[in-house]
Design a protein around this ligand. Structure first.
Ligand code: ADP
Ligand code: RBF
Ligand code: MG
Length: 178
């Protein structure tokens, strides 16, 4: 994928909040994705991307921490259960921006699958994402299995692409500094 250095428009860096989506990532695909407001990445076309991401707990606000998302009640914990080797740690990520043609969503989504097995969810926490490269356009599929297989390939592409000195240096773009 690409050259030794990220080329324009990359890197694209955002600092935002983990929101709730349809809840299909974990339950239907076994691939949880931290959804973020798609507006913060409106400069990017729909498609699949790779880069670095880090999540960080937030002080819980005083308003209610349970919200209804697409008919599901989601309890926001604002990342308070993140472990010390998860909170603020920079991980590789793959992300999807668009309308998920396989599901035919009406709303655009931006979703980050972090390449780490977390012990709990982290709805409402802070998330920094550095998008460093494009992998492919979003596709529709004949079966969920084919979608999952393509995501597994995306993960291999991301891991290999990020394992280059100029990309490893860019981990600092998503650092949460005390
Ligand atoms: P939703 O549609 O609400 O985003 P998902 O099934 O995609 O539902 O689950 C996403 C939630 O799972 C994320 O918001 C996050 O709190 C949690 N999660 C756990 N592990 C990961 C991971 N490796 N990458 C992204 N999110 C994760
Ligand atoms: N959805 C699609 O409909 N087509 C895709 O090509 C597609 N590619 C994805 C690639 C990655 C790396 C990820 C994390 C997700 C992708 N999705 C795609 C989105 C997937 O449908 C979505 O994460 C689930 O519906 C849960 O929200
Ligand atoms: Mg999701």
């Amino acid at each position: 994928m690409g050259g030794d250095m990220p080329a324009a428009p990359f890197p694209v860096v955002v600092d935002t909040t983990v929101t709730a989506g349809f809840g299909r990532g974990s339950s239907e695909l076994g691939i949880p994705t931290a959804n973020i407001p798609p507006g913060v990445l409106s400069s990017l076309d729909a498609g699949v991307y790779y880069g670095w991401a880090a999540v960080h707990h937030r002080e819980a606000p005083s308003e209610a921490d349970v919200c209804l998302s697409h008919g599901r009640e989601i309890s926001f914990n604002f990342g308070r259960n993140l472990l010390s080797d998860e909170d603020g740690i920079v991980f590789p990520m793959v992300m999807s921006i668009g309308w998920n043609p396989y599901f035919g969503n009406k709303e655009k989504s931006a979703e980050v699958h972090i390449l780490h097995k977390f012990t709990d969810n982290f709805y409402g926490c802070a998330i920094k994402v550095a998008v460093l490269g494009f992998i492919r356009a979003e596709q529709s599929y004949n079966s969920l299995d084919e979608l999952i297989q393509d995501i597994q390939t995306d993960i291999l592409v991301a891991e290999r692409s990020l394992d280059r000195p100029a990309y490893i240096e860019l981990k600092e773009l998503v650092a949460f500094k005390p």
